[in-house]
Ligand binder design. Structure first.
Ligand code: V4E
Length: 195
């Protein structure tokens, strides 16, 4: 699955405008626990390994020299694909992750209200550490579609007067607040855009 998403911070008027005519889809609370080695091996490769409730997920970002937008991610959700990407055998992923030295470094509980509007998915996320962010998202079949998808999201955001300046995602905001060394290491390595 390839997802293209843009994040926004909203005031109450913008939220009202954004949700006008949108269809409510679902509300769900997830607990995401992020894993990496002590020297951030995964983060430095733009790999984001998390246990979402009790299932492993791996988000694969673009490397810093890629022409593909840093807002485009491939997401793996089955243990075998994750194991292959991490170079693990894939017989017992949880145990193999532990043996390989990956440890939890951040835990975020997030409640999402998800809506559909104009063919876009709109996710309003509220995190337990007091950060709220909205993601507008499109799923695409191939990387060739990513520019068009980004343009479509941007055009929609502009049409309802959202502030289109880049904002931090949930994990990046968490790291900036509570894990400054980790955050700085990824900024210094050019893995994270300076926001
Ligand atoms: C993709 C990514 C990270 C993983 C966590 O991202 P987050 O926005 O917290 O949650 P998300 O959107 O994956 O949750 P879901 O929508 O699946 O529930 S941490 C960093 N990145 C990439 C990234 C980057 N390279 N540069 C900047 C400035 N931000 C994010």
């Amino acid at each position: 699955m390839i997802e293209v998403e843009q994040k926004f911070l909203l005031n109450p008027e913008q939220e009202e405008k954004l949700l006008k005519g949108a269809t409510f889809d679902y509300e769900k609370t997830n607990i995401d626990t992020y894993y990496d080695t002590e020297d951030y091996t995964l983060g430095l490769e733009s790999l984001w390994l998390r246990l979402r409730n009790d299932r492993w997920e791996l988000k694969i970002g673009q490397n810093k020299n890629s022409k593909v937008s840093s807002r485009t991610h491939v997401e793996l959700e089955d243990d075998l694909s994750i194991a292959v990407k991490l170079g693990l055998p894939g017989m017992d992923l949880t145990r193999e992750i532990e043996i390989a030295g990956y440890k939890p470094f951040a835990k975020i509980e997030k409640t999402r209200r998800s809506y559909l509007r104009d063919g876009l998915r709109i996710d309003l996320d509220n995190c337990d550490f007091g950060y709220a962010v909205v993601e507008i998202e499109l799923l695409i079949e191939s990387m060739e579609e990513q520019q068009e998808a980004n343009d479509r999201i941007s055009a929609f955001a502009k049409s309802i007067d959202l502030d289109t300046r880049r904002v931090r995602g949930k994990l990046i905001e968490y790291m900036a607040r509570y894990l400054p060394e980790h955050h700085q290491a990824l900024l210094d390595a050019g893995v994270l855009d300076k926001i």
